[in-house]
Design a protein around this ligand. Structure first.
Ligand SMILES: C[S@@+](CC[C@H](N)C(=O)[O-])C[C@H]1O[C@@H](n2cnc3c(N)ncnc32)[C@H](O)[C@@H]1O
Length: 219
């Protein structure tokens, strides 16, 4: 920065911080701090387990960016990280199920229509270890990313969560883990809670809740 520009820049920063709301720190994540902490500790625990890290349901990628940052800062750029999303909101069949069988309104179970696959990939192009897949998580071919050592599953609705859980668990490495967001009820996204609970019961697995809305499944 030129010698004269620096003091002007510092003055502008001082004014902005003191007299506007521009300096108010924001929390950009839609997951709780304890979920981020658990993601990091589980990523470190499975460091030497062979397999991919997957995030199913990525939205605009805040948690994806957080995980990328952790992998980079821990020198783990040769690991495989896969981001799976429709990149065009919820699947109509999953929404209809919430309305017909789970008492939700269409307004309650809509969102993420702003996404665009090409823009999303462009936003993450610096992370060469990250591959994005545009797919419905209920029908995605998980053999493409198997074995899986850590899955962060965050697709909100009952059918999508249950279908993904069944397929991911079948391809989960020994020692691997699935972390499910929105395991909380009652809530707008309590389909995730119902799916997590049913899957654990049908598979004879213990329910392990972390914070207010994360469910864990280890193999
Ligand atoms: C709550 S957001 C994910 C937030 C993200 N994990 C984060 O922490 O910032 C839910 C995402 O799930 C995606 N999604 C919903 N149903 C899906 C499905 N059947 N298959 C793939 N992605 C789906 C939506 O497009 C949306 O991007």
């Amino acid at each position: 920065m030129a010698t004269l520009a620096r003091p002007i820049y510092e003055l502008a920063k001082k004014l902005a911080f003191r007299y506007t709301r521009l300096g108010v720190p924001a929390y950009p994540y839609i997951v709780e701090p304890i979920e981020l902490a658990t993601l990091v500790s589980e990523l470190d625990r499975v460091k030497d387990v062979p397999g991919s890290i997957i995030e199913v349901g990525v939205a605009w990628g805040q948690t994806t960016r957080f995980i990328c940052e952790h992998l980079v800062t821990s020198g783990r750029c040769s690991e495989r990280y896969c981001a799976i999303d429709t990149f065009e909101s919820f699947c109509p069949k999953d929404v209809e199920f919430e309305i017909k069988h789970r008492g939700k309104t269409r307004e309650q179970v809509s969102g993420f229509g702003y996404l665009d696959f090409e823009v999303w990939k462009r936003n993450f192009r610096e992370f060469k270890f990250l591959t994005a897949y545009k797919a419905d998580c209920s029908t995605f071919d998980y053999s493409l990313v198997a074995p899986i050592k850590l899955a962060f599953l965050d697709v909100d609705l009952y059918l999508a969560t249950l279908n993904a859980l069944r397929q991911i668990y079948a391809r989960l490495a020994e020692g691997g883990v699935i972390l499910v967001d929105d395991v909380m009820r009652p809530s707008r996204w309590d389909g995730a809670y119902q799916a997590y609970e049913e899957f654990c019961i049908e598979s004879g697995l213990p329910l392990q809740l972390i914070g207010n809305k994360m469910g864990m499944i280890r193999k």
